[in-house]
Design a protein around this ligand. Structure first.
Ligand code: PEP
Ligand code: MN
Length: 345
């Protein structure tokens, strides 16, 4: 439920709503949105409580949230959330580019990747240390060694790191090394993992499940937010459809829908969405044109040698070309005066 306070209401009245919520066993958030103040209580409550709250002094209106996702909804907060990943601000009007190989394969490969990605204008470095592979016989990632290599690259090249975490028990070790924790498509509905990320102390990059609806993605984000972490970036990475010319189908309209329903930043992963290098740029530009706050792109110093997802990884010149085109599309679609791509963040 959201209780909107009358303009100019004092702390005493807000305190009365908070006390009523506490008595009911509900968590409550005081949300300031421009000039208005509201107390949001996302937990389940009945009509009797709602009517009791609406009669408290200082309360202008009290109404239930329209949908199951509450903290992450625009009803909770009408302004955009900016997620700060060690100084890189996602959702602040610019187009943040996160790039790197699918997997950390070796120290040399990752250092070379970081150097090339930075040269081309990427703001953050990606690379999987724990890899959720379809086959148990495929390369599973370097795990803790991979995390140490990522940490070293961050220190050396000054780029924040995002890497995937697959199990609740790995959250502390991944959070120790990474600036941002990625939840992969296959784990979007792993509620134990989502809850563990509530107290990870790091921003989360939440990828849409390949067979999940937009609403299910937002409910997954709600798990993390209700467990205590509101630094969440949503990622559209393509969904499974009957179409096989691409690995998945980029749901580009989902970017606009997510921006409409949620205050959280939204980025697009054109690499897993298409699965084929030659279509990555088109999907990336479509995502930016649709209003994405950034891109997650797989690029590799030599894609033909990649141990994982080489077919969809861009070569360094292809990645440089993509960054230049993204800049042009971002300039064309952003309102005048907003931030661009690159070091302006
Ligand atoms: C990845 O980013 O490398 C990855 C495994 O992505 P997804 O979870 O979207 O398949
Ligand atoms: Mn990959």
């Amino acid at each position: 439920m959201k209780a909107v306070m009358k303009p100019g209401t004092g702390l005493k009245e807000i305190g009365m709503v908070l006390a009523a919520a506490e008595l009911e066993g509900l968590s409550a958030y005081v949300v300031r949105d421009g000039d208005s103040v509201a107390v949001c209580m996302p937990g389940a409550c009945g009509a009797e409580f709602e009517s009791r709250i609406s009669r408290l002094p200082g309360v202008e209106s009290a109404a239930a949230f329209a949908r199951g996702f509450k903290i992450v909804s625009r009803e909770f907060r009408s302004g955009n959330t900016v997620v700060n990943v060690s100084g890189v601000r996602i959702g602040d009007g610019g187009t943040v580019i996160i790039a790197g190989p699918c997997a950390v394969e070796s120290r040399e490969q990752l250092m070379r990747s970081a150097e090339l990605m930075r040269e081309c204008g990427a703001h953050m470095l990606r690379g999987g240390a724990y890899k959720p592979r379809s086959s148990p016989y495929s390369f599973q990632g370097l795990k803790e060694e991979g995390l140490r290599i990522l940490s070293e690259a961050r220190e050396r090249f000054g780029m924040p790191i995002v890497t995937e975490v697959m199990s609740p028990s790995d959250v502390p070790i991944v959070a120790e090394h990474a600036d941002m924790l990625q939840v992969g498509s296959r784990n979007m509905q792993n509620t134990a993992l989502l809850e563990a990320l509530g107290s990870a102390g790091r921003p989360v990059l939440l990828k849409r499940g390949m067979m999940s609806t937009v609403e299910e993605l937002l409910l997954a984000a709600e798990y993390i937010a209700s467990a205590g972490n509101r630094s969440i970036v949503l990622c559209e990475r393509g969904i499974r459809t009957f179409e096989h010319v691409t690995r998945n189908t980029l749901d580009v309209a989902a970017v606009a829908v997510l921006k409409d329903l949620s205050h959280l930043p939204v980025i697009v992963d054109p690499s897993h969405a298409t699965g084929r290098r030659k279509y990555v740029k088109a999907a990336a530009l479509a995502g930016v044109a649709a209003g994405a706050d950034g891109l997650l792109v797989e690029a590799h110093p030599s894609p033909e040698d990649a141990l994982c997802d080489g077919e969809q990884s861009l070569s360094p010149p292809e990645f440089a070309d993509l960054c230049a085109s993204v800049q042009r599309v971002a300039e064309a679609v952003r309102p005048a005066g907003s931030r661009g791509v690159g070091g302006e963040l």
